[in-house]
Design a binder for this molecule. Structure first.
Ligand SMILES: [Zn+2]
Length: 113
């Protein structure tokens, strides 16, 4: 038993430098992350509040595919047809709306001539 404990202590000592290095890298990464989160918050401050809340809510339940393009007459996430009136408003930029079926925020892609 004492032999095993001695061996454990040896192994811990051998890993000390590497552990310190990993900790240093982790702290540096955390610093970068905090700076990026602050930048994101500053940018998001210019977004309409209700729209931002909707986006953040979607982000908590879906990891990706929160803002999706209209694909012809349909939502490009779930392929449910979006009513013509709402499609026209989204294309005209007078409405930012969510898909009635899956909830993603829809936008009109630029028309390719
Ligand atoms: Zn959808």
């Amino acid at each position: 038993m004492a032999q095993l404990e001695g061996r454990l202590a040896e192994m811990r000592a051998a890993q000390e430098t590497q552990r310190a290095e990993v900790n240093g890298r982790r702290q540096a990464a955390e610093g970068v992350r905090q700076a990026r989160l602050a930048e994101r918050d500053a940018m998001a401050g210019s977004v309409n509040r209700a729209l931002r809340q909707r986006y953040e809510r979607l982000r908590t339940v879906k990891l990706t595919r929160v803002v999706m393009a209209l694909d012809g007459a349909a939502c490009s996430a779930c392929f449910t047809t979006v009513p013509l009136n709402r499609r026209n408003q989204i294309r005209a930029g007078t409405l930012i709306d969510a898909c009635e079926s899956c909830g993603v925020i829809l936008f009109a892609p630029e028309e390719i001539e």
